[in-house]
Design a protein around this ligand. Structure first.
Ligand code: ZN
Length: 607
Protein backbone atom coordinates (compact mmCIF):
# COMPACT_ATOMS: atom_id res chain seq x y z
CA UNK A 1 0.00 0.00 0.00
CA UNK A 2 3.04 2.21 0.49
CA UNK A 3 3.11 2.86 -3.26
CA UNK A 4 -0.19 4.70 -3.14
CA UNK A 5 0.98 7.40 -0.75
CA UNK A 6 0.66 10.81 -2.39
CA UNK A 7 3.63 12.70 -3.71
CA UNK A 8 3.87 15.62 -1.28
CA UNK A 9 5.07 19.08 -2.25
CA UNK A 10 5.68 22.06 -0.02
CA UNK A 11 6.12 25.60 -1.32
CA UNK A 12 7.74 28.34 0.75
CA UNK A 13 7.48 31.91 -0.48
CA UNK A 14 11.05 32.28 0.64
CA UNK A 15 12.56 35.48 -0.74
CA UNK A 16 10.33 38.05 -2.43
CA UNK A 17 13.23 40.41 -3.03
CA UNK A 18 15.25 37.77 -4.89
CA UNK A 19 12.11 36.20 -6.47
CA UNK A 20 12.97 32.77 -5.06
CA UNK A 21 10.53 30.00 -4.13
CA UNK A 22 11.74 27.06 -2.06
CA UNK A 23 10.08 23.78 -2.91
CA UNK A 24 10.33 20.28 -1.56
CA UNK A 25 9.03 17.09 -3.13
CA UNK A 26 8.65 13.97 -0.98
CA UNK A 27 8.23 10.54 -2.55
CA UNK A 28 7.40 7.78 -0.02
CA UNK A 29 8.46 4.79 -2.14
CA UNK A 30 11.09 5.90 -4.66
CA UNK A 31 12.18 3.56 -7.43
CA UNK A 32 14.68 1.07 -5.87
CA UNK A 33 17.20 1.58 -8.68
CA UNK A 34 17.12 5.37 -8.31
CA UNK A 35 14.23 7.79 -8.76
CA UNK A 36 14.03 9.86 -11.96
CA UNK A 37 12.44 13.31 -11.66
CA UNK A 38 11.96 16.07 -14.25
CA UNK A 39 10.27 19.39 -14.93
CA UNK A 40 8.08 19.83 -18.05
CA UNK A 41 9.60 21.52 -21.10
CA UNK A 42 6.27 23.16 -22.01
CA UNK A 43 2.93 24.12 -20.51
CA UNK A 44 -0.32 22.80 -22.00
CA UNK A 45 -2.05 25.57 -23.96
CA UNK A 46 1.15 27.28 -25.13
CA UNK A 47 3.06 25.41 -27.81
CA UNK A 48 6.66 26.43 -27.31
CA UNK A 49 9.46 24.54 -25.58
CA UNK A 50 10.25 26.77 -22.60
CA UNK A 51 12.47 24.40 -20.59
CA UNK A 52 11.14 25.27 -17.13
CA UNK A 53 14.05 23.41 -15.51
CA UNK A 54 16.19 26.44 -16.40
CA UNK A 55 14.46 28.20 -13.48
CA UNK A 56 15.94 25.82 -10.90
CA UNK A 57 18.75 27.57 -9.00
CA UNK A 58 19.83 24.81 -6.66
CA UNK A 59 18.67 21.25 -6.05
CA UNK A 60 19.60 18.42 -3.68
CA UNK A 61 18.25 15.03 -2.59
CA UNK A 62 17.92 13.55 0.91
CA UNK A 63 16.75 10.34 2.53
CA UNK A 64 16.44 9.67 6.25
CA UNK A 65 17.93 13.10 6.92
CA UNK A 66 21.10 12.26 4.97
CA UNK A 67 22.12 13.71 1.60
CA UNK A 68 22.09 11.20 -1.28
CA UNK A 69 23.47 11.46 -4.82
CA UNK A 70 21.52 13.46 -7.40
CA UNK A 71 22.78 13.32 -10.99
CA UNK A 72 21.53 15.49 -13.82
CA UNK A 73 20.89 13.30 -16.90
CA UNK A 74 19.57 15.87 -19.39
CA UNK A 75 18.45 19.53 -19.46
CA UNK A 76 15.26 18.79 -17.47
CA UNK A 77 15.92 15.49 -15.70
CA UNK A 78 17.68 14.19 -12.57
CA UNK A 79 18.22 10.75 -11.02
CA UNK A 80 18.22 10.56 -7.21
CA UNK A 81 19.49 7.75 -5.05
CA UNK A 82 19.03 4.86 -4.77
CA UNK A 83 17.47 5.53 -1.38
CA UNK A 84 16.38 2.99 1.26
CA UNK A 85 13.41 4.96 2.50
CA UNK A 86 11.34 8.00 1.53
CA UNK A 87 13.07 10.45 -0.77
CA UNK A 88 13.00 14.22 -0.38
CA UNK A 89 14.19 16.59 -3.11
CA UNK A 90 14.66 20.22 -2.13
CA UNK A 91 15.09 22.97 -4.71
CA UNK A 92 14.95 26.69 -5.31
CA UNK A 93 12.98 28.15 -8.22
CA UNK A 94 13.55 31.60 -9.69
CA UNK A 95 10.13 33.20 -10.29
CA UNK A 96 9.96 36.51 -12.14
CA UNK A 97 7.89 35.82 -15.28
CA UNK A 98 4.83 38.10 -15.40
CA UNK A 99 3.14 36.08 -18.18
CA UNK A 100 0.30 33.61 -17.64
CA UNK A 101 2.70 30.75 -18.50
CA UNK A 102 5.30 31.13 -15.76
CA UNK A 103 5.87 31.78 -12.08
CA UNK A 104 6.16 35.21 -10.47
CA UNK A 105 7.08 36.37 -7.00
CA UNK A 106 7.81 39.85 -5.70
CA UNK A 107 6.64 41.96 -2.78
CA UNK A 108 3.27 42.62 -4.51
CA UNK A 109 2.21 39.19 -5.64
CA UNK A 110 3.03 35.53 -6.24
CA UNK A 111 1.61 33.60 -9.17
CA UNK A 112 2.54 29.96 -9.64
CA UNK A 113 2.04 27.59 -12.56
CA UNK A 114 2.69 24.01 -11.52
CA UNK A 115 5.00 23.26 -14.46
CA UNK A 116 7.52 25.69 -12.93
CA UNK A 117 7.62 24.18 -9.44
CA UNK A 118 6.38 20.59 -9.31
CA UNK A 119 8.95 17.93 -10.20
CA UNK A 120 7.37 14.98 -11.93
CA UNK A 121 8.44 11.63 -10.48
CA UNK A 122 8.77 9.11 -13.33
CA UNK A 123 6.51 6.13 -12.70
CA UNK A 124 4.47 8.06 -10.13
CA UNK A 125 2.49 10.26 -12.59
CA UNK A 126 -0.78 8.57 -11.66
CA UNK A 127 -0.29 8.93 -7.88
CA UNK A 128 -2.32 11.53 -6.00
CA UNK A 129 -0.47 14.71 -5.06
CA UNK A 130 -0.63 17.15 -2.16
CA UNK A 131 0.66 20.71 -2.03
CA UNK A 132 1.25 22.64 1.16
CA UNK A 133 1.58 26.40 0.78
CA UNK A 134 3.34 28.07 3.71
CA UNK A 135 2.66 31.63 4.87
CA UNK A 136 5.09 34.08 3.29
CA UNK A 137 8.00 35.70 5.06
CA UNK A 138 6.55 39.22 5.41
CA UNK A 139 8.86 42.02 4.31
CA UNK A 140 8.38 45.31 6.19
CA UNK A 141 6.44 47.98 4.34
CA UNK A 142 4.61 45.47 2.12
CA UNK A 143 1.05 44.14 2.13
CA UNK A 144 2.28 40.53 2.34
CA UNK A 145 0.60 40.05 5.73
CA UNK A 146 -2.74 40.44 3.93
CA UNK A 147 -1.99 37.97 1.14
CA UNK A 148 -4.53 35.26 0.46
CA UNK A 149 -4.58 32.29 -1.92
CA UNK A 150 -6.85 31.76 -4.93
CA UNK A 151 -6.81 28.48 -6.82
CA UNK A 152 -9.34 26.01 -8.18
CA UNK A 153 -7.35 23.07 -6.79
CA UNK A 154 -9.22 20.80 -4.34
CA UNK A 155 -8.87 21.97 -0.74
CA UNK A 156 -7.60 19.51 1.86
CA UNK A 157 -6.97 21.69 4.89
CA UNK A 158 -6.45 25.46 4.74
CA UNK A 159 -6.62 28.50 7.00
CA UNK A 160 -8.93 31.48 6.52
CA UNK A 161 -6.53 33.01 4.02
CA UNK A 162 -6.16 29.88 1.89
CA UNK A 163 -2.71 28.82 3.10
CA UNK A 164 -2.42 25.12 3.89
CA UNK A 165 -2.81 21.92 1.92
CA UNK A 166 -4.46 21.22 -1.44
CA UNK A 167 -4.75 17.92 -3.28
CA UNK A 168 -4.87 16.65 -6.87
CA UNK A 169 -5.76 13.22 -8.24
CA UNK A 170 -2.59 12.97 -10.32
CA UNK A 171 0.27 15.00 -11.79
CA UNK A 172 -1.79 16.10 -14.81
CA UNK A 173 -4.36 17.70 -12.50
CA UNK A 174 -1.67 19.09 -10.19
CA UNK A 175 -0.20 21.29 -12.94
CA UNK A 176 -3.62 22.45 -14.19
CA UNK A 177 -4.51 24.65 -11.19
CA UNK A 178 -2.40 27.82 -10.98
CA UNK A 179 -2.17 29.76 -7.69
CA UNK A 180 -2.72 33.50 -7.30
CA UNK A 181 -1.32 34.68 -3.95
CA UNK A 182 -1.69 38.38 -3.14
CA UNK A 183 -3.96 41.00 -1.57
CA UNK A 184 -6.43 40.56 -4.43
CA UNK A 185 -10.07 41.58 -4.84
CA UNK A 186 -12.61 38.81 -5.32
CA UNK A 187 -16.24 38.81 -6.44
CA UNK A 188 -18.57 35.85 -6.73
CA UNK A 189 -21.36 35.02 -9.15
CA UNK A 190 -23.33 32.02 -10.32
CA UNK A 191 -23.61 30.78 -13.87
CA UNK A 192 -25.59 27.70 -14.85
CA UNK A 193 -25.88 26.77 -11.17
CA UNK A 194 -22.08 26.71 -10.74
CA UNK A 195 -20.17 28.98 -8.31
CA UNK A 196 -17.76 31.30 -10.13
CA UNK A 197 -15.21 33.76 -8.79
CA UNK A 198 -13.38 36.59 -10.47
CA UNK A 199 -10.12 37.34 -8.71
CA UNK A 200 -8.39 40.64 -9.59
CA UNK A 201 -4.75 41.17 -8.67
CA UNK A 202 -2.99 44.48 -9.30
CA UNK A 203 -4.26 48.02 -8.86
CA UNK A 204 -7.69 48.58 -10.35
CA UNK A 205 -10.98 50.38 -9.71
CA UNK A 206 -13.16 48.35 -12.03
CA UNK A 207 -16.95 48.16 -11.81
CA UNK A 208 -17.12 44.72 -10.15
CA UNK A 209 -20.91 44.59 -10.15
CA UNK A 210 -20.81 45.09 -13.89
CA UNK A 211 -18.41 42.16 -14.30
CA UNK A 212 -20.70 39.99 -12.17
CA UNK A 213 -23.62 40.94 -14.41
CA UNK A 214 -21.91 40.48 -17.80
CA UNK A 215 -19.66 37.44 -17.27
CA UNK A 216 -22.44 34.97 -16.37
CA UNK A 217 -24.17 35.77 -19.67
CA UNK A 218 -21.05 34.66 -21.57
CA UNK A 219 -20.58 31.54 -19.42
CA UNK A 220 -24.21 30.51 -19.85
CA UNK A 221 -24.12 31.10 -23.61
CA UNK A 222 -21.26 28.57 -23.89
CA UNK A 223 -23.04 26.14 -21.55
CA UNK A 224 -26.19 26.38 -23.70
CA UNK A 225 -24.19 25.61 -26.83
CA UNK A 226 -22.88 22.33 -25.41
CA UNK A 227 -26.34 21.53 -24.03
CA UNK A 228 -25.12 19.44 -21.09
CA UNK A 229 -24.23 19.83 -17.42
CA UNK A 230 -21.20 22.15 -16.96
CA UNK A 231 -17.96 20.12 -16.97
CA UNK A 232 -16.74 21.55 -13.62
CA UNK A 233 -18.36 22.24 -10.25
CA UNK A 234 -16.61 25.55 -9.57
CA UNK A 235 -14.62 28.05 -11.63
CA UNK A 236 -12.18 30.91 -11.06
CA UNK A 237 -11.03 33.68 -13.39
CA UNK A 238 -7.58 34.70 -12.08
CA UNK A 239 -7.00 38.15 -13.55
CA UNK A 240 -3.74 40.08 -13.31
CA UNK A 241 -4.43 43.78 -13.95
CA UNK A 242 -1.51 45.71 -15.45
CA UNK A 243 -0.85 48.95 -17.35
CA UNK A 244 -0.03 47.23 -20.65
CA UNK A 245 -0.51 43.56 -21.42
CA UNK A 246 -2.94 41.02 -22.83
CA UNK A 247 -3.14 37.26 -22.68
CA UNK A 248 -4.80 34.22 -21.22
CA UNK A 249 -4.23 30.58 -20.47
CA UNK A 250 -7.00 28.06 -20.03
CA UNK A 251 -7.24 25.45 -17.28
CA UNK A 252 -9.79 22.79 -16.33
CA UNK A 253 -11.54 24.85 -13.63
CA UNK A 254 -9.88 28.25 -13.92
CA UNK A 255 -8.10 30.56 -16.30
CA UNK A 256 -5.20 32.94 -15.89
CA UNK A 257 -5.77 36.29 -17.61
CA UNK A 258 -3.59 39.34 -17.98
CA UNK A 259 -5.38 42.54 -18.96
CA UNK A 260 -4.88 46.27 -19.28
CA UNK A 261 -6.43 48.27 -16.47
CA UNK A 262 -8.15 50.32 -19.20
CA UNK A 263 -9.90 47.21 -20.58
CA UNK A 264 -11.92 46.72 -17.39
CA UNK A 265 -15.33 48.42 -17.08
CA UNK A 266 -15.33 51.84 -15.44
CA UNK A 267 -17.94 52.52 -12.78
CA UNK A 268 -20.88 54.48 -14.20
CA UNK A 269 -20.30 53.64 -17.87
CA UNK A 270 -23.29 51.88 -19.33
CA UNK A 271 -22.15 51.16 -22.91
CA UNK A 272 -19.60 48.45 -23.70
CA UNK A 273 -16.66 50.30 -25.24
CA UNK A 274 -13.98 48.69 -27.42
CA UNK A 275 -11.46 48.05 -24.61
CA UNK A 276 -14.06 46.35 -22.39
CA UNK A 277 -15.30 44.39 -25.41
CA UNK A 278 -11.74 43.10 -25.83
CA UNK A 279 -11.69 41.95 -22.18
CA UNK A 280 -15.06 40.21 -22.58
CA UNK A 281 -13.69 38.50 -25.72
CA UNK A 282 -10.71 37.22 -23.72
CA UNK A 283 -12.94 35.90 -20.92
CA UNK A 284 -15.18 34.24 -23.49
CA UNK A 285 -12.20 32.65 -25.26
CA UNK A 286 -10.68 31.05 -22.16
CA UNK A 287 -14.07 29.85 -20.94
CA UNK A 288 -14.86 28.12 -24.26
CA UNK A 289 -11.61 26.20 -23.81
CA UNK A 290 -13.23 24.44 -20.80
CA UNK A 291 -14.74 22.20 -23.47
CA UNK A 292 -12.56 22.75 -26.53
CA UNK A 293 -8.96 21.69 -25.57
CA UNK A 294 -9.29 21.09 -21.82
CA UNK A 295 -11.65 18.16 -22.42
CA UNK A 296 -11.99 17.69 -26.19
CA UNK A 297 -8.28 17.09 -26.87
CA UNK A 298 -6.17 15.87 -29.77
CA UNK A 299 -4.92 12.29 -29.50
CA UNK A 300 -1.43 13.83 -29.66
CA UNK A 301 -2.08 15.32 -26.17
CA UNK A 302 -3.71 12.20 -24.72
CA UNK A 303 -1.78 11.82 -22.50
CA UNK A 304 0.40 14.94 -22.48
CA UNK A 305 4.07 14.28 -23.13
CA UNK A 306 5.63 17.43 -21.77
CA UNK A 307 9.31 16.61 -22.23
CA UNK A 308 9.31 17.57 -25.91
CA UNK A 309 7.12 18.93 -28.71
CA UNK A 310 3.78 17.16 -29.31
CA UNK A 311 2.72 17.56 -32.94
CA UNK A 312 -0.83 17.89 -34.24
CA UNK A 313 -2.41 19.43 -37.35
CA UNK A 314 -5.49 20.29 -35.31
CA UNK A 315 -4.53 23.41 -33.34
CA UNK A 316 -6.78 25.38 -35.72
CA UNK A 317 -9.71 23.32 -34.31
CA UNK A 318 -8.80 24.18 -30.73
CA UNK A 319 -7.67 27.80 -31.14
CA UNK A 320 -9.42 28.78 -34.38
CA UNK A 321 -12.86 27.44 -33.48
CA UNK A 322 -12.45 28.88 -29.96
CA UNK A 323 -11.55 32.26 -31.51
CA UNK A 324 -14.71 32.05 -33.63
CA UNK A 325 -17.03 31.30 -30.72
CA UNK A 326 -15.44 33.84 -28.33
CA UNK A 327 -16.85 36.89 -30.15
CA UNK A 328 -19.91 35.02 -31.44
CA UNK A 329 -20.94 34.39 -27.82
CA UNK A 330 -20.84 38.14 -27.15
CA UNK A 331 -23.53 38.78 -29.76
CA UNK A 332 -25.49 35.59 -28.98
CA UNK A 333 -25.63 36.58 -25.30
CA UNK A 334 -26.94 40.02 -26.27
CA UNK A 335 -23.93 41.84 -24.78
CA UNK A 336 -23.00 43.41 -28.12
CA UNK A 337 -25.10 44.32 -31.17
CA UNK A 338 -25.01 42.60 -34.55
CA UNK A 339 -23.33 45.73 -35.93
CA UNK A 340 -20.58 45.52 -33.28
CA UNK A 341 -20.08 41.84 -34.06
CA UNK A 342 -19.72 42.57 -37.78
CA UNK A 343 -17.15 45.23 -36.91
CA UNK A 344 -15.10 42.63 -34.98
CA UNK A 345 -15.48 40.14 -37.82
CA UNK A 346 -14.42 42.75 -40.39
CA UNK A 347 -11.27 43.49 -38.36
CA UNK A 348 -10.43 39.78 -38.23
CA UNK A 349 -10.92 39.40 -41.99
CA UNK A 350 -8.72 42.48 -42.60
CA UNK A 351 -5.96 41.00 -40.44
CA UNK A 352 -5.94 37.72 -42.39
CA UNK A 353 -6.32 39.37 -45.80
CA UNK A 354 -3.26 41.52 -44.94
CA UNK A 355 -1.16 38.37 -44.32
CA UNK A 356 0.40 37.21 -47.61
CA UNK A 357 1.76 34.14 -45.78
CA UNK A 358 -1.72 32.63 -46.00
CA UNK A 359 -0.83 31.62 -49.57
CA UNK A 360 2.30 29.85 -48.33
CA UNK A 361 1.13 27.97 -45.23
CA UNK A 362 -2.07 25.99 -44.72
CA UNK A 363 -3.91 25.86 -41.39
CA UNK A 364 -2.90 22.21 -40.96
CA UNK A 365 0.77 23.15 -41.47
CA UNK A 366 0.47 26.24 -39.24
CA UNK A 367 -0.86 23.94 -36.50
CA UNK A 368 1.90 21.38 -36.92
CA UNK A 369 4.67 24.00 -37.01
CA UNK A 370 3.36 26.15 -34.12
CA UNK A 371 6.44 25.24 -32.08
CA UNK A 372 8.85 26.83 -34.56
CA UNK A 373 6.68 29.38 -36.39
CA UNK A 374 3.74 30.94 -34.50
CA UNK A 375 5.64 31.02 -31.20
CA UNK A 376 8.89 32.13 -32.83
CA UNK A 377 7.84 35.06 -35.01
CA UNK A 378 10.37 37.11 -36.95
CA UNK A 379 10.24 40.03 -39.40
CA UNK A 380 9.22 37.69 -42.25
CA UNK A 381 6.38 35.86 -40.42
CA UNK A 382 3.61 37.73 -42.23
CA UNK A 383 5.06 36.63 -45.60
CA UNK A 384 5.83 33.07 -44.56
CA UNK A 385 3.02 31.91 -42.30
CA UNK A 386 -0.55 32.36 -41.13
CA UNK A 387 -2.01 32.29 -37.64
CA UNK A 388 -4.25 29.33 -36.79
CA UNK A 389 -6.04 31.70 -34.41
CA UNK A 390 -7.08 34.38 -36.91
CA UNK A 391 -7.39 32.37 -40.12
CA UNK A 392 -8.60 29.43 -38.00
CA UNK A 393 -11.49 31.54 -36.69
CA UNK A 394 -12.44 32.51 -40.26
CA UNK A 395 -12.22 28.87 -41.38
CA UNK A 396 -14.61 28.03 -38.52
CA UNK A 397 -16.94 30.81 -39.71
CA UNK A 398 -16.75 29.55 -43.32
CA UNK A 399 -17.40 25.97 -42.17
CA UNK A 400 -20.36 27.06 -40.02
CA UNK A 401 -21.94 29.07 -42.85
CA UNK A 402 -21.24 26.29 -45.39
CA UNK A 403 -22.97 23.71 -43.20
CA UNK A 404 -25.92 26.04 -42.59
CA UNK A 405 -26.33 26.78 -46.31
CA UNK A 406 -26.00 23.22 -47.50
CA UNK A 407 -28.36 21.84 -44.85
CA UNK A 408 -31.00 24.56 -45.36
CA UNK A 409 -30.14 25.83 -41.86
CA UNK A 410 -30.99 22.52 -40.23
CA UNK A 411 -27.39 21.88 -39.12
CA UNK A 412 -24.47 24.04 -38.04
CA UNK A 413 -21.03 23.97 -36.47
CA UNK A 414 -22.88 24.03 -33.12
CA UNK A 415 -24.07 20.47 -33.82
CA UNK A 416 -20.50 19.39 -34.61
CA UNK A 417 -19.23 20.90 -31.33
CA UNK A 418 -21.95 19.11 -29.33
CA UNK A 419 -21.04 15.81 -30.99
CA UNK A 420 -17.33 16.41 -30.28
CA UNK A 421 -18.19 17.00 -26.65
CA UNK A 422 -20.29 13.85 -26.35
CA UNK A 423 -17.90 11.57 -28.20
CA UNK A 424 -14.50 12.92 -27.14
CA UNK A 425 -14.82 15.49 -24.35
CA UNK A 426 -16.99 13.41 -22.06
CA UNK A 427 -15.16 10.15 -22.68
CA UNK A 428 -11.59 11.46 -22.57
CA UNK A 429 -10.86 9.80 -25.92
CA UNK A 430 -8.28 11.73 -27.93
CA UNK A 431 -9.37 13.30 -31.21
CA UNK A 432 -7.55 11.58 -34.07
CA UNK A 433 -5.92 13.74 -36.73
CA UNK A 434 -8.76 13.05 -39.21
CA UNK A 435 -11.40 12.85 -36.46
CA UNK A 436 -12.79 16.36 -36.73
CA UNK A 437 -13.44 16.16 -40.46
CA UNK A 438 -15.02 12.72 -40.20
CA UNK A 439 -17.29 13.77 -37.35
CA UNK A 440 -18.31 16.98 -39.15
CA UNK A 441 -19.37 14.94 -42.19
CA UNK A 442 -21.14 12.35 -40.06
CA UNK A 443 -23.08 14.88 -37.98
CA UNK A 444 -24.13 17.09 -40.89
CA UNK A 445 -24.49 14.48 -43.64
CA UNK A 446 -22.58 16.86 -45.93
CA UNK A 447 -19.48 15.92 -47.97
CA UNK A 448 -16.82 18.34 -46.75
CA UNK A 449 -13.59 16.97 -48.29
CA UNK A 450 -13.46 19.79 -50.83
CA UNK A 451 -13.88 22.40 -48.09
CA UNK A 452 -11.09 20.87 -45.97
CA UNK A 453 -8.81 20.47 -49.03
CA UNK A 454 -9.08 24.18 -49.76
CA UNK A 455 -9.53 25.83 -46.36
CA UNK A 456 -7.51 23.58 -44.04
CA UNK A 457 -5.02 21.54 -46.07
CA UNK A 458 -4.76 24.11 -48.86
CA UNK A 459 -4.15 27.83 -49.09
CA UNK A 460 -7.27 28.95 -50.98
CA UNK A 461 -8.82 32.17 -49.79
CA UNK A 462 -12.00 31.47 -47.85
CA UNK A 463 -15.14 32.29 -49.87
CA UNK A 464 -16.44 34.64 -47.16
CA UNK A 465 -17.85 37.33 -49.47
CA UNK A 466 -20.19 34.79 -51.10
CA UNK A 467 -21.03 32.98 -47.87
CA UNK A 468 -21.79 36.12 -45.83
CA UNK A 469 -23.93 37.39 -48.72
CA UNK A 470 -26.32 34.48 -48.08
CA UNK A 471 -26.69 35.67 -44.46
CA UNK A 472 -27.68 39.28 -45.22
CA UNK A 473 -24.15 40.62 -44.77
CA UNK A 474 -22.40 42.74 -47.43
CA UNK A 475 -18.65 42.21 -47.74
CA UNK A 476 -16.59 45.11 -49.13
CA UNK A 477 -12.86 45.48 -49.56
CA UNK A 478 -11.51 49.04 -49.34
CA UNK A 479 -8.07 50.63 -49.80
CA UNK A 480 -5.82 50.27 -46.76
CA UNK A 481 -4.16 53.32 -45.22
CA UNK A 482 -0.66 52.26 -44.18
CA UNK A 483 0.43 53.28 -40.70
CA UNK A 484 -3.04 53.74 -39.15
CA UNK A 485 -4.41 51.55 -36.41
CA UNK A 486 -7.27 49.93 -38.34
CA UNK A 487 -6.22 50.86 -41.87
CA UNK A 488 -8.82 53.60 -42.32
CA UNK A 489 -8.63 57.39 -42.65
CA UNK A 490 -11.14 59.98 -41.42
CA UNK A 491 -14.46 60.16 -43.29
CA UNK A 492 -14.02 61.53 -46.81
CA UNK A 493 -10.28 60.82 -47.06
CA UNK A 494 -8.86 57.84 -48.88
CA UNK A 495 -5.31 56.57 -49.08
CA UNK A 496 -3.52 56.68 -52.44
CA UNK A 497 0.05 55.35 -52.26
CA UNK A 498 1.73 52.63 -50.20
CA UNK A 499 5.26 51.47 -49.43
CA UNK A 500 4.11 47.91 -48.71
CA UNK A 501 5.23 47.89 -45.09
CA UNK A 502 3.91 47.70 -41.57
CA UNK A 503 5.31 50.32 -39.21
CA UNK A 504 6.07 49.75 -35.54
CA UNK A 505 6.43 52.69 -33.15
CA UNK A 506 9.63 51.95 -31.27
CA UNK A 507 9.80 54.79 -28.72
CA UNK A 508 9.13 57.44 -31.31
CA UNK A 509 11.13 55.76 -34.09
CA UNK A 510 9.33 54.35 -37.13
CA UNK A 511 10.68 50.83 -37.53
CA UNK A 512 9.64 48.49 -40.37
CA UNK A 513 7.95 45.61 -38.56
CA UNK A 514 7.12 43.87 -41.84
CA UNK A 515 8.18 44.42 -45.43
CA UNK A 516 5.46 42.75 -47.46
CA UNK A 517 6.32 40.31 -50.20
CA UNK A 518 5.88 41.84 -53.66
CA UNK A 519 5.52 45.40 -52.33
CA UNK A 520 7.35 48.61 -53.27
CA UNK A 521 9.65 48.57 -50.24
CA UNK A 522 10.78 45.00 -50.83
CA UNK A 523 11.40 45.68 -54.54
CA UNK A 524 13.56 48.68 -53.60
CA UNK A 525 15.65 46.72 -51.07
CA UNK A 526 14.20 47.80 -47.71
CA UNK A 527 14.21 45.16 -44.97
CA UNK A 528 12.36 44.33 -41.76
CA UNK A 529 14.00 46.07 -38.80
CA UNK A 530 15.11 49.11 -40.84
CA UNK A 531 14.50 52.41 -39.04
CA UNK A 532 12.59 54.64 -41.44
CA UNK A 533 14.08 58.15 -41.37
CA UNK A 534 12.77 60.10 -44.35
CA UNK A 535 10.78 59.91 -47.56
CA UNK A 536 12.02 62.29 -50.25
CA UNK A 537 14.07 64.11 -47.62
CA UNK A 538 11.13 64.63 -45.25
CA UNK A 539 11.46 63.23 -41.79
CA UNK A 540 9.19 60.32 -40.82
CA UNK A 541 7.69 60.00 -37.35
CA UNK A 542 5.41 57.03 -36.59
CA UNK A 543 2.47 59.33 -35.85
CA UNK A 544 2.95 61.39 -39.02
CA UNK A 545 3.71 58.55 -41.44
CA UNK A 546 0.26 58.26 -42.99
CA UNK A 547 -0.07 62.02 -43.52
CA UNK A 548 3.37 62.18 -45.12
CA UNK A 549 2.57 59.29 -47.44
CA UNK A 550 -0.59 61.04 -48.62
CA UNK A 551 1.56 63.69 -50.32
CA UNK A 552 2.65 61.14 -52.92
CA UNK A 553 0.78 59.23 -55.59
CA UNK A 554 1.00 55.62 -56.75
CA UNK A 555 3.73 55.10 -59.33
CA UNK A 556 5.73 58.08 -58.04
CA UNK A 557 9.47 57.53 -57.47
CA UNK A 558 10.73 58.62 -54.03
CA UNK A 559 14.00 58.36 -52.13
CA UNK A 560 13.56 56.42 -48.86
CA UNK A 561 16.25 56.88 -46.18
CA UNK A 562 16.74 54.35 -43.40
CA UNK A 563 19.19 53.22 -40.78
CA UNK A 564 19.99 49.51 -41.11
CA UNK A 565 21.74 48.84 -37.83
CA UNK A 566 24.05 51.89 -37.72
CA UNK A 567 24.45 52.38 -41.47
CA UNK A 568 22.54 55.11 -43.32
CA UNK A 569 21.07 53.69 -46.56
CA UNK A 570 19.03 55.27 -49.37
CA UNK A 571 16.62 53.43 -51.65
CA UNK A 572 15.02 54.60 -54.89
CA UNK A 573 11.46 53.40 -54.44
CA UNK A 574 8.49 53.34 -56.83
CA UNK A 575 5.36 53.64 -54.68
CA UNK A 576 2.49 51.18 -54.98
CA UNK A 577 -1.19 52.01 -55.04
CA UNK A 578 -2.80 51.53 -51.61
CA UNK A 579 -3.74 47.81 -51.48
CA UNK A 580 -7.43 46.96 -51.32
CA UNK A 581 -7.26 44.81 -48.18
CA UNK A 582 -9.47 46.45 -45.56
CA UNK A 583 -12.71 44.58 -45.01
CA UNK A 584 -15.92 46.33 -44.16
CA UNK A 585 -19.04 44.31 -43.31
CA UNK A 586 -22.54 45.72 -43.19
CA UNK A 587 -26.03 44.35 -42.83
CA UNK A 588 -27.67 44.26 -46.25
CA UNK A 589 -30.68 46.57 -46.17
CA UNK A 590 -32.13 44.79 -49.23
CA UNK A 591 -31.72 41.25 -47.88
CA UNK A 592 -34.45 38.70 -48.54
CA UNK A 593 -36.67 37.20 -45.84
CA UNK A 594 -34.76 33.92 -46.16
CA UNK A 595 -31.40 35.63 -45.73
CA UNK A 596 -32.63 37.50 -42.67
CA UNK A 597 -33.98 34.29 -41.17
CA UNK A 598 -30.60 32.61 -41.77
CA UNK A 599 -28.85 35.57 -40.12
CA UNK A 600 -31.11 35.34 -37.08
CA UNK A 601 -30.54 31.62 -36.82
CA UNK A 602 -26.76 32.13 -36.95
CA UNK A 603 -26.39 35.06 -34.52
CA UNK A 604 -29.35 34.11 -32.31
CA UNK A 605 -29.78 37.69 -31.17
CA UNK A 606 -32.41 38.02 -28.50
CA UNK A 607 -32.17 34.43 -27.28
ZN1 ZN B 1 -6.91 29.87 -26.80
Amino acid sequence: MENYSPVRYEIRLADAAAHVLEVSCRIEAPHPAGQVVSLPAWIPGSYLVRDYARLILQISAHSGGQPIPLDKTDKSTWRAGPADGPLEIVYQVYAYDLSVRGAYFDTRRAFINGVCVFLQATGAEALPCEVTLRLPEVLPGTDMARWRVATAMTIKSIDGRGFGTYSAADYDELIDHPFEISDFTVERFEAGGVAHEIVLAGRQRADLQRLCKDLPRICETHMRLFDDAPPMDHYKFLVNVVGEGYGGLEHRASSALITRRGDLPEPGREAINKPYRRFLGLVSHEYFHLWNIKRIKPAAFTPFRLEKEAYTTLLWVFEGITSYYDDLALVRSGLITREAYLELLGEMISRVWQTPGRFRQSLADASFDAWVKLYKPDENSANASVSYYTKGSLAALALDLTIRLRSDNRKSLDDVMRALWQRYGKTGRGLEENGFEQLAEEVTGIALAEFFDGAIRGTDDLPLADLLGEFAVNFDLLPLAEGTENGSLPEGESPAAALGVKIRDDRGRAVLATVYEGGAAQAAGLAGGDELLAIDGLRVAPSGYTTLLRQFGPGETVMVSVFRRDELLQFVTVLDAAPVLRCHLELDGAASEDELAALHDWLQVGN
